[in-house]
Design a protein. Sequence first.
Length: 212
Amino acid sequence: MAILSGFVHPISGDFEAFGSLSWPLGGEGGLDSKLTIGQGFDFVSSIYSDCLEASLISVDDFFDMLHTRSIDSSTRLKDLVKEQKDFFYMMLSILFSFDIYLVPSDRSKYLMAREARPLRNLLNKQLSNSNSSSKSMVTISINNRFKREFCNRGMVLGPRGEILFHGDLEEAIAYESETVKIASETESDEIQFDIAGHLTNSDSSSDQNDVF
């Protein structure tokens, strides 16, 4: 996931993406925490204007969804509580119609929570866009519920990144369960590359505890 996101260069070979590539879903994307929700939306929309035009989610639907979590466009990002931040950043990244969506493991777990069902439905809607035959999603997750809902192919990697299996999703899940030992508590304590940390900036001014 770090290689796909551009944070780490592959040890060998190359990574090529044909089409628009999302930032990791739920990532903060470097937005300044002093911006309001509306200002942050305008900034990201100006960068991904073509992806917004192709979206199956309207801007009105976007803000209506935020209102269900008491998130107003005039609210500053720094004033959101954690649950609201999680919802906003995930909703923002799903709003745009990318050709390839990147879903980190912790975000796949978040999407399967009951309160995230509306977001999960919207992501499914974007992925099933009948106007595009090239929609894809790449995720690293051990959550089988998420994999079965969103994926049709799977890959099992070894501890050094070597490909152990690549093919049908159910076959990949079966191969993983038979050959890879995963502690029962891993489902709630996944080992993961902290992509979100690379998409935040610590304010060096007086608001030293801000994250944006």
